[in-house]
Design a protein around this ligand. Structure first.
Ligand SMILES: NC(=O)c1ccc[n+]([C@@H]2O[C@H](COP(=O)([O-])OP(=O)(O)OC[C@H]3O[C@@H](n4cnc5c(N)ncnc54)[C@H](OP(=O)(O)O)[C@@H]3O)[C@@H](O)[C@H]2O)c1
Length: 100
């Protein structure tokens, strides 16, 4: 399978190495050139992008069979999700989200 791992840190990098060992074609994504170099030395195909930048995402060499996201930015993502959900009555009722 062709796999993209977004966020190749403590969790993502060992996952990528294991998937490589199993014979998958694994690309890893980090934000800096130095990070990409560490991916390359682990055997992953290195990609450099910040997923908060649409221009970076548009340049990714899609498609992949699997995309694994190990990034967490809870403060930003929870706020973005709740703002959108609160604006949609059906979603806010289903998720029991209320504006505070
Ligand atoms: N570590 C644990 O023991 C543990 C336990 C339970 C759950 N988790 C969860 O597992 C997930 C990953 O944790 P981790 O310890 O592997 O974190 P980590 O070592 O900090 O790795 C996170 C990776 O995400 C990348 N990243 C962050 N923001 C990005 C963005 N905007 N665009 C592109 N890449 C971005 C970082 O890129 P750069 O390399 O470019 O900085 C880094 O490689 C988190 O959700 C965490 O809560 C971790």
């Amino acid at each position: 399978m062709r796999v993209l791992i977004i966020g190749c840190g403590y969790v993502g990098l060992p996952l990528g190495v294991e998937l490589l060992r199993q014979g998958h074609a694994v690309s890893g994504l980090r934000r800096s050139a130095a990070g990409a170099a560490s991916l390359q030395s682990a055997g992953l195909h290195p990609l450099t992008a910040d997923i908060t930048r649409p221009g970076d995402l548009a340049k990714l060499p899609l498609p992949y069979d699997w995309i694994v996201n190990t990034i967490s930015d809870k403060a930003v993502s929870d706020k973005a999700v709740s703002d959108k959900a609160v604006s949609d009555k059906a979603v806010s009722e289903r998720m029991k989200i209320r504006k505070r």
